[in-house]
Unconditional design. Structure first.
Length: 343
């Protein structure tokens, strides 16, 4: 269905999911959640559930923490599983990593206490903490949301295939565009950017990265927004069989996007990525680790220390993740446990 995009429409789309996710966001843990394990099964646990083990460094008690990531086709999920490995090797905590709809959904999970830690975008964190920007948060600030560390640029990929004929943002008029999961940070970014670029006449689809890749391959959509640190797995898989094009956001278009919101910065997808012959200029936000105010200071400090003292054990985004850069772009109040570590 073709539609004319305006601010109220895109806010309504994100808000319907976001408001449901934020119901009861006074905080406090203990609600059950289904988590995806590394073996692919599902296990129902509670956030910060404590289980007694036969042995363990902390008096035989192991604390299970719920860590909400993103879709399996993006960067959040595999990176979160690398954090899981590092934290479990360095502490007595067990991390249960869950695949989710990413930033906006994860904020709701942190607010309710369904998640102990999560990866979110710094712009979504700002909207949530300040009660603005997205209808789900307007007048409903998530007061218990706290920052831990920023990680890496979240590159805005505007993906198409060479045979669509889409070469510039102006070619998107009348196109069918996947703007990301309903309520996700990707959808927020996509609608902001399309509005800034003056693209208002298009048909919208809403799925995660992997499904969007399939839609492009099958010709069901003309373009898709994917927000994540390159290389994004779903786009890499698509590029293995298709001639992928990243539509450039540059010049006046880039400036219009940066003028529309303070969270965007200059970025580019390097040549060679996804088989690109030349770099693709675009914009980015930042990925960050977030938690809630209810988490004990000692827990947050231990998890933060385990990650940033063992960055060499990571393989994803290691050019960007460091103790020295971990407060760049921090858009919300820092948790005392993170403050204790970073000093």
């Amino acid at each position: 269905m073709t539609r004319k995009l305006d601010r109220r429409q895109f806010i309504a789309a994100t808000g319907a999911v976001g408001l449901a996710g934020l119901a009861g966001c006074s905080g406090g843990g203990g609600e059950e959640t289904t988590t995806t394990t590394e073996s692919g099964g599902e296990e129902t646990t509670t956030a910060a559930e404590e289980t007694t083990t036969e042995s363990g460094g902390n008096g035989g008690t192991e604390t299970r923490l719920s860590w909400h990531a993103g879709g399996t086709g993006g960067t959040y999920y595999p990176l979160s599983n690398e954090f899981k490995s590092v934290v479990e090797a360095q502490t007595d905590f067990t991390l249960q990593v869950q695949s989710t709809g990413a930033s906006v959904e994860n904020v709701g999970s942190l607010a309710r206490g369904d998640a102990d830690f999560a990866l979110i975008q710094n712009d979504v964190a700002y909207f949530a903490r300040n009660g603005e920007g997205i209808e789900a948060f307007q007048g409903n600030a998530v007061e218990n949301l706290r920052g831990v560390a920023t990680l890496y640029p979240e590159t805005i990929h505007l993906v198409t295939l060479a045979d669509t004929g889409i070469e510039t943002p102006s070619d998107l008029s009348g196109a069918t565009i996947n703007t990301g999961d309903l309520g996700s940070g990707t959808q927020v970014n996509a609608n902001q950017i399309l509005e800034a670029l003056g693209v208002s006449d298009y048909s919208e689809q809403n799925t995660g990265f992997s499904q969007a890749s399939d839609q492009l391959k099958n010709g069901d959509i003309d373009a898709a927004f994917v927000v994540g640190g390159w290389p994004v797995g779903a786009i890499e898989e698509l590029a293995a069989t298709e001639d992928v094009r990243i539509v450039p956001i540059e010049g006046d278009n880039r400036q219009a996007v940066k003028d529309a919101a303070p969270f965007y910065a200059d970025d580019e997808v390097p040549s060679g990525t996804y088989g690109l012959e030349n770099p693709a200029p675009t914009v980015s936000v930042k990925a960050m680790i977030a938690t809630n105010a209810e988490q004990p200071e000692s827990t947050v400090e231990a998890v933060t220390s385990a990650i940033f003292e063992n960055v060499d054990d990571l393989t994803i985004k290691t050019d960007f993740i460091s103790k020295e850069s971990a407060q760049e772009g921090m858009s919300i109040e820092l948790h005392p446990g993170a403050q204790a570590y970073f000093g």
